[in-house]
Write a protein that binds this ligand. Sequence first.
Ligand SMILES: [Mg+2]
Ligand SMILES: [Zn+2]
Length: 168
Amino acid sequence: MPNKAIFFDRDGTLNVDVHYLHEPEKFVWIEGAIDAIRWANEHGYLVIVVTNQSGIARGYYDEAAMHRLHDWMNAELAAHGAHIDAFYYCPHHTEGKLPAYAKSCDCRKPAPGMILRAIREHNIDSAVSWMFGDAASDVAAAENAGVKGVRYTGGSLCELIRATIETS
Ligand SMILES: [Mg+2]
Ligand SMILES: [Zn+2]
Protein backbone atom coordinates (compact mmCIF):
# COMPACT_ATOMS: atom_id res chain seq x y z
CA MET A 1 0.00 0.00 0.00
CA PRO A 2 1.34 3.45 -0.78
CA ASN A 3 2.40 5.70 2.06
CA LYS A 4 1.13 9.12 3.00
CA ALA A 5 3.61 11.83 3.91
CA ILE A 6 3.91 15.27 5.38
CA PHE A 7 6.73 17.21 3.77
CA PHE A 8 8.26 20.02 5.76
CA ASP A 9 10.44 22.87 4.70
CA ARG A 10 13.23 23.27 7.26
CA ASP A 11 14.42 26.86 7.76
CA GLY A 12 11.58 29.13 8.84
CA THR A 13 9.20 26.20 9.28
CA LEU A 14 10.81 23.72 11.69
CA ASN A 15 13.48 26.09 12.98
CA VAL A 16 13.83 29.83 13.26
CA ASP A 17 15.49 31.00 10.06
CA VAL A 18 18.98 32.26 10.78
CA HIS A 19 20.73 32.50 7.46
CA TYR A 20 22.90 29.57 6.42
CA LEU A 21 22.26 27.64 9.61
CA HIS A 22 24.52 24.65 10.13
CA GLU A 23 25.42 24.72 13.83
CA PRO A 24 23.20 22.96 16.39
CA GLU A 25 23.91 25.69 18.95
CA LYS A 26 22.14 28.20 16.71
CA PHE A 27 19.15 25.95 16.09
CA VAL A 28 15.86 27.09 17.67
CA TRP A 29 12.73 25.02 17.09
CA ILE A 30 9.67 26.85 15.79
CA GLU A 31 6.69 26.87 18.15
CA GLY A 32 4.83 23.57 17.83
CA ALA A 33 7.32 22.01 15.42
CA ILE A 34 8.26 19.04 17.58
CA ASP A 35 4.58 18.44 18.37
CA ALA A 36 3.74 18.69 14.67
CA ILE A 37 6.31 16.03 13.79
CA ARG A 38 5.12 13.75 16.58
CA TRP A 39 1.50 14.26 15.48
CA ALA A 40 2.47 13.24 11.94
CA ASN A 41 4.37 10.19 13.25
CA GLU A 42 1.39 9.12 15.33
CA HIS A 43 -1.08 9.57 12.48
CA GLY A 44 0.76 7.35 10.03
CA TYR A 45 2.48 10.00 7.93
CA LEU A 46 6.05 9.72 6.83
CA VAL A 47 7.83 12.92 7.87
CA ILE A 48 10.12 14.18 5.15
CA VAL A 49 12.14 17.38 5.18
CA VAL A 50 12.83 19.08 1.84
CA THR A 51 15.28 21.94 2.17
CA ASN A 52 17.18 24.28 -0.12
CA GLN A 53 20.76 24.51 1.18
CA SER A 54 22.50 26.91 -1.17
CA GLY A 55 25.02 27.61 1.60
CA ILE A 56 26.75 24.43 0.41
CA ALA A 57 27.15 25.79 -3.14
CA ARG A 58 28.27 29.11 -1.68
CA GLY A 59 30.96 27.36 0.37
CA TYR A 60 29.62 28.47 3.76
CA TYR A 61 29.43 24.89 5.10
CA ASP A 62 29.72 21.42 3.65
CA GLU A 63 27.39 18.49 3.31
CA ALA A 64 28.94 16.76 6.32
CA ALA A 65 28.08 19.73 8.55
CA MET A 66 24.51 19.68 7.29
CA HIS A 67 24.22 15.94 7.94
CA ARG A 68 25.54 16.48 11.46
CA LEU A 69 22.82 19.08 12.04
CA HIS A 70 20.15 16.74 10.72
CA ASP A 71 21.39 13.92 12.97
CA TRP A 72 21.28 16.35 15.88
CA MET A 73 17.67 17.27 15.00
CA ASN A 74 16.65 13.62 15.05
CA ALA A 75 18.41 13.07 18.38
CA GLU A 76 16.44 16.02 19.82
CA LEU A 77 13.23 14.62 18.39
CA ALA A 78 13.94 11.15 19.78
CA ALA A 79 13.99 12.65 23.26
CA HIS A 80 10.41 13.78 22.57
CA GLY A 81 9.20 10.52 21.01
CA ALA A 82 9.26 11.89 17.46
CA HIS A 83 11.34 11.41 14.35
CA ILE A 84 11.99 12.63 10.81
CA ASP A 85 11.98 9.73 8.37
CA ALA A 86 14.09 11.32 5.64
CA PHE A 87 15.86 14.51 4.65
CA TYR A 88 16.16 15.71 1.07
CA TYR A 89 18.28 18.74 0.30
CA CYS A 90 19.33 20.82 -2.66
CA PRO A 91 22.97 21.92 -2.33
CA HIS A 92 22.94 23.82 -5.61
CA HIS A 93 22.79 27.44 -6.63
CA THR A 94 23.48 29.06 -9.97
CA GLU A 95 25.64 31.66 -8.23
CA GLY A 96 27.50 29.17 -6.06
CA LYS A 97 31.24 29.41 -5.58
CA LEU A 98 31.98 25.69 -5.72
CA PRO A 99 31.86 24.44 -9.33
CA ALA A 100 30.42 21.05 -8.39
CA TYR A 101 27.30 22.75 -7.01
CA ALA A 102 27.09 25.91 -9.12
CA LYS A 103 24.38 24.97 -11.55
CA SER A 104 20.70 25.16 -12.15
CA CYS A 105 18.97 21.96 -11.12
CA ASP A 106 15.57 20.34 -10.85
CA CYS A 107 15.64 20.09 -7.06
CA ARG A 108 15.88 23.67 -5.81
CA LYS A 109 12.37 24.69 -4.73
CA PRO A 110 10.07 25.82 -6.36
CA ALA A 111 11.17 22.95 -8.62
CA PRO A 112 9.58 19.70 -7.42
CA GLY A 113 12.65 17.43 -7.77
CA MET A 114 13.16 16.67 -4.09
CA ILE A 115 9.50 15.89 -3.51
CA LEU A 116 9.23 13.75 -6.64
CA ARG A 117 12.32 11.78 -5.64
CA ALA A 118 10.92 11.21 -2.14
CA ILE A 119 7.62 10.08 -3.64
CA ARG A 120 9.47 7.49 -5.75
CA GLU A 121 11.83 6.31 -3.05
CA HIS A 122 9.21 6.00 -0.31
CA ASN A 123 6.22 4.86 -2.38
CA ILE A 124 4.19 7.93 -1.42
CA ASP A 125 0.70 8.70 -2.67
CA SER A 126 0.87 12.42 -3.48
CA ALA A 127 -2.92 12.77 -3.35
CA VAL A 128 -3.04 12.08 0.41
CA SER A 129 0.14 13.98 1.26
CA TRP A 130 0.86 17.53 2.36
CA MET A 131 3.66 20.06 2.31
CA PHE A 132 4.05 22.81 4.91
CA GLY A 133 6.48 25.66 4.40
CA ASP A 134 6.93 29.34 5.10
CA ALA A 135 7.73 30.42 1.52
CA ALA A 136 5.68 30.70 -1.64
CA SER A 137 8.31 28.48 -3.27
CA ASP A 138 7.41 25.68 -0.85
CA VAL A 139 3.77 25.78 -1.87
CA ALA A 140 4.77 25.98 -5.53
CA ALA A 141 7.13 23.00 -5.23
CA ALA A 142 4.34 20.99 -3.62
CA GLU A 143 1.84 21.88 -6.30
CA ASN A 144 4.40 21.09 -9.00
CA ALA A 145 4.63 17.61 -7.46
CA GLY A 146 0.88 17.11 -7.08
CA VAL A 147 0.98 17.53 -3.30
CA LYS A 148 -1.24 19.94 -1.39
CA GLY A 149 0.88 22.85 -0.19
CA VAL A 150 0.11 25.00 2.84
CA ARG A 151 1.90 28.21 3.83
CA TYR A 152 3.07 28.52 7.43
CA THR A 153 2.91 32.15 8.54
CA GLY A 154 3.59 31.95 12.28
CA GLY A 155 2.02 30.61 15.45
CA SER A 156 1.98 26.95 16.36
CA LEU A 157 2.98 24.70 13.47
CA CYS A 158 1.17 21.80 15.14
CA GLU A 159 -2.08 23.77 15.40
CA LEU A 160 -1.85 24.67 11.71
CA ILE A 161 -1.34 21.06 10.69
CA ARG A 162 -4.15 19.74 12.84
CA ALA A 163 -6.51 22.48 11.71
CA THR A 164 -5.63 21.81 8.09
CA ILE A 165 -5.67 18.02 7.99
CA GLU A 166 -8.37 17.22 10.54
CA THR A 167 -10.86 19.39 8.65
CA SER A 168 -9.90 18.30 5.14
MG1 LIG B 1 11.77 28.30 4.68
ZN1 LIG C 1 19.41 21.26 -6.60
